[in-house]
Design a protein around this ligand. Structure first.
Ligand code: TYM
Length: 331
């Protein structure tokens, strides 16, 4: 039996190239090495302001895009978090072994609460978000968690929660390791400042067409030293170059790096080459997404099967947990 691998994505907006490079592309590479479980984490998405009327559709779309991007349903299980209620049940138990101090040190919590428009948006769910995430992973005793760099701290806390539970109740959960890609673990937004993110509107969506992507790449920030076309630049500090590293073949990377350093090419030329290579990756995904869109029942089937299988797996762990913590069994 292969060990379980678990990862999740929030249905909080369009899936973007940061999610693809930092997570999904890596997930696809790991399909055969592990027994992989992928989850659309809709309960997590409630922790920030969201449009209630769009949540169900976004959850479906997130599943569809992930399948189109390479999550072959024959080789993994894909499901919706709220379809397996044990996730929130275990999270409650974990709440009782997680120190508040650990949660208050979480960078994502600090960032999200700083950005919140008002105090009332800083809800308890946002605070205990990583506890639910730990429960997602440990419910299946998953050993590998492929994520982008921003999630490493949450996986460290997951290990801490496993240790705390094991210390109090006896060895139950393995400590999972994160798997972070060498290239693409932290994709910056097109503003070149903050991490690319659904909520900052600095992203390129996986399903955006060629025209729309070009419209976004046009004004995207490059090396500020290149004010004029004739000014040489430093590719290593340019965000467009870092995207070349994820999308372009080595010969194009070399060509643009050389051209940038010598002012042999301008930033627009460099962006045109990136645009071509990026669309070369996105277009096949978009074609598969369009085909799936025409057969929504295929996506529904995948999600049904995923929820059924995962509910069975989850129940096994919950029986063990209830026993360990000393709950009275129902007659
Ligand atoms: P979410 O939905 O923000 O992102 C999904 C995955 O995409 C990665 N990612 C990025 N990688 C590189 N550059 C970026 N700019 C970028 N933005 C996002 C994330 O690291 C993530 O791997 N808390 C998680 C969801 C979650 C989860 C889990 C993940 C819930 N339970 C259990 C793993 C295991 C999140 O908000 O991901």
């Amino acid at each position: 039996m292969k060990p379980f691998l678990f990862s999740g994505i929030q249905p909080s907006g369009e899936i973007h190239i940061g999610n693809y490079l930092g997570a999904i592309r890596n997930w696809v590479k790991l399909l055969d090495e592990y027994d992989p479980l992928f989850c659309i984490v809709d309960y997590h998405a409630l922790t920030q302001p969201y449009d209630r009327d769009l949540l169900a559709q976004r959850t479906f779309d997130a599943a569809l895009v992930n399948i189109a991007a390479g999550l072959d349903p024959e080789r993994c299980r894909l499901f919706v978090q709220s379809h397996v209620p044990a996730h929130t049940e275990l999270a409650w138990v974990f709440n009782t072994v997680t120190p508040m101090g650990d949660l208050s040190r979480m960078t994502q919590f600090k960032e999200k609460s700083q950005r919140a428009e008002s105090e009332s948006y800083i809800n308890a769910g946002l605070f205990t978000y990583p506890v639910l995430q730990a429960s997602d992973i440990l419910l299946y005793k998953a050993q590998a968690v492929p994520v982008g760099e921003d999630q490493i701290q949450h996986i460290e806390l997951t290990r801490e929660i496993a240790r705390k539970f094991n210390a109090r109740y006896g060895e139950t959960f393995p400590e999972p390791k994160q798997i972070v890609p060498k290239e693409g673990a932290r994709i910056l937004g097109l503003d070149g400042k903050a991490k690319m993110s659904k909520s900052l509107n600095n992203y390129v969506g996986l399903l955006e067409d060629s025209k729309s992507v070009w419209k976004k790449l046009g004004p995207a920030v490059t090396d500020p030293a290149r004010v004029k076309r004739t000014d040489p630049g430093t590719p290593e500090i340019c965000n467009i170059y870092s995207l070349h590293k994820s999308f372009s073949p080595p010969e194009d990377q070399q060509h643009v790096a050389e051209g940038c350093r010598t002012a042999g090419i301008g930033c627009v030329d460099c962006k045109k080459i990136l645009h071509k290579n990026m669309m070369g990756v996105l277009e096949p995904i978009q074609e598969k997404a369009a085909a799936l869109r025409a057969q929504p029942e295929r996506v529904e089937e995948v999600l049904d099967r995923g929820a059924r299988d995962c509910a069975d797996l989850a129940e096994r762990t919950m029986e063990e947990v209830r026993d360990r913590i000393g709950l009275r069994a129902r007659r």
